[in-house]
Write a protein that binds this ligand. Structure first.
Ligand SMILES: [Zn+2]
Length: 431
């Protein structure tokens, strides 16, 4: 599905005269009309697709934030039907163009067809778009937040409100008011008016460049707004409005929402997600936030405890390695410790190397396997070797990355075996 234009509101409400000359827009007067007869006025074939213009159409083209309809076109002469996969307004002429999937030569100008709009997609769009009018009116009535754009996506819709911030109480109040108007099942009517008439009628948002008459959507005693979209006949058909995430955007605050059957499927999905999470914690839904915070605290405490234990293990290990290490025969006084730990990680061998070089005059060459095989080379400051250079040389052979300075360096290895092998090679250069 293509996304709607977020920059404008309902622009084709402006163009009554143009429409009379081009495709007659059947949805203009009746949003519930889903089947219609028409004559093909133009066909442009594009491989296994074609762009088709009709003298009249109930298919809504993408505009004013609302997505296009899909459906089928039935060729009356050849007795077969094809899919309508996209409907757009031609930019220069304003004509409605239907993209269909069809074999070459399937349709010619002048032939009669029957159009059938996909009912569930249209109903969904009507619920979202009418819900948007209601929600925009609710925010304007309650808090004087004007709507500056509307977007209809695959999963959710959004409006951008011209305000710096919005509180959760404001969100809840606007949601409640909009749902009350839905429950009241107020009539929704299409009206036409000149610009002057529209101003007198108190239309919520008047488009900037009106040539002739405006098409108005009138939610009885609640909202009157210029719009070219398809709408429900009464507010009850919207079903429900559920507000979701809010987000600060350049032009104000973006409020995500879903209406009608989407509201139900979204609430169902949320409930399932929460239920799965609650089951993982063996708790009730409403205790989930508290339980999650508690678990995070426990994880932090356990991590601290684990760190302390590792320190102790490293301390003991360092002492025992030093006891076993032999004095270097060069007479420099340095001891050489070379050790590979198949199950430990980089964090541990770094800790160990640091302890070793503090305890005595030591060159410590240590490595680990684990998830990320690594090497750490360290020496007690003041000893004459260059750990950085030794590491660089080792990593060149391994083809991996790393680095360090004279006294401490680290790097990665492609696997545990090569890490262990590189360690003994490095030890030979010291020994
Ligand atoms: Zn609209």
């Amino acid at each position: 599905m293509q996304t709607g234009d977020t920059g404008t509101l309902c622009p084709d409400a402006l163009d009554i005269p143009r429409i009379l000359m081009l495709t007659e827009r059947l949805y203009y007067n009746d949003s519930s009309l889903l089947e219609f007869d028409a004559t093909v006025t133009a066909v442009e074939e594009q491989g296994d697709q074609a762009l088709v213009s009709l003298d009249r159409s109930a298919f809504y083209p993408t505009s004013g934030g609302q997505d296009f309809d899909t459906g089928e076109i039935f060729g009356i002469a050849n007795g077969s039907r094809v899919r309508v996969i996209d409907v757009q307004e031609q930019e220069q002429t304003g004509d409605i163009v239907h993209r269909i999937e069809c074999p070459p030569g399937w349709l010619q100008a002048g032939v009669p067809v029957r159009g059938e709009v996909d009912a569930s997609r249209r109903r969904d769009h009507m619920q979202q778009h009418s819900g948007q009018h209601l929600l925009s009116a609710a925010f304007e009535k309650l808090y004087n937040f004007p709507t500056v754009s509307f977007h209809m996506g695959d999963d959710y819709c959004s409006i951008d409100l011209a305000t710096e911030k919005i509180s959760s109480t404001q969100l809840e109040s606007a949601e409640r008011l909009a749902n009350e108007v839905i429950a009241e099942n107020r009539p929704v009517e299409i009206r036409f008016a000149t610009l002057d008439e529209a101003r007198l009628m108190g239309v919520r948002k008047i488009p900037p460049a009106v040539r002739e008459k405006l098409r108005l959507i009138d939610i009885h005693d609640f909202d009157l707004n210029a719009c070219g979209g398809t709408h429900v006949r009464s507010t009850g058909q919207i079903g429900a409005i559920l507000l979701r995430k809010t987000e600060k955007v350049k032009q104000g605050v973006r409020v995500e929402f879903v209406c009608g059957l989407r509201a139900v499927s979204t609430a169902r999905r949320d409930f399932q997600t929460l239920s799965d999470a609650a089951a993982a914690f063996s708790t009730q839904l409403w205790e989930l936030p508290q339980q999650a915070r508690k678990s995070l605290e426990e994880i932090k405490t356990a991590q601290k405890a684990q760190h302390r234990l590792l320190e102790e293990v490293a301390e003991l290990q360092a002492a025992s390695l030093l006891r076993a290490a032999e004095q270097h025969p060069s007479g420099s006084g340095q001891k050489l410790v070379v050790q590979f730990f198949a199950e430990r990680d980089l964090n541990f061998i770094k800790m160990l190397a640091q302890k070793l070089i503090r305890l005595d005059s030591v060159v410590a060459l240590v490595g680990c396997g684990g998830a990320q095989p690594s090497l750490v080379f360290g020496q007690t400051p003041g000893l004459p070797n260059d750990m950085g250079a030794l590491m660089k040389e080792t990593l060149q052979k391994l083809g991996t990355r790393g680095g360090g300075n004279r006294d401490m360096a680290q790097g990665g290895a492609p696997d545990a075996d090569r890490a262990e092998h590189a360690l003994s090679e490095a030890a030979r250069t010291i020994g």
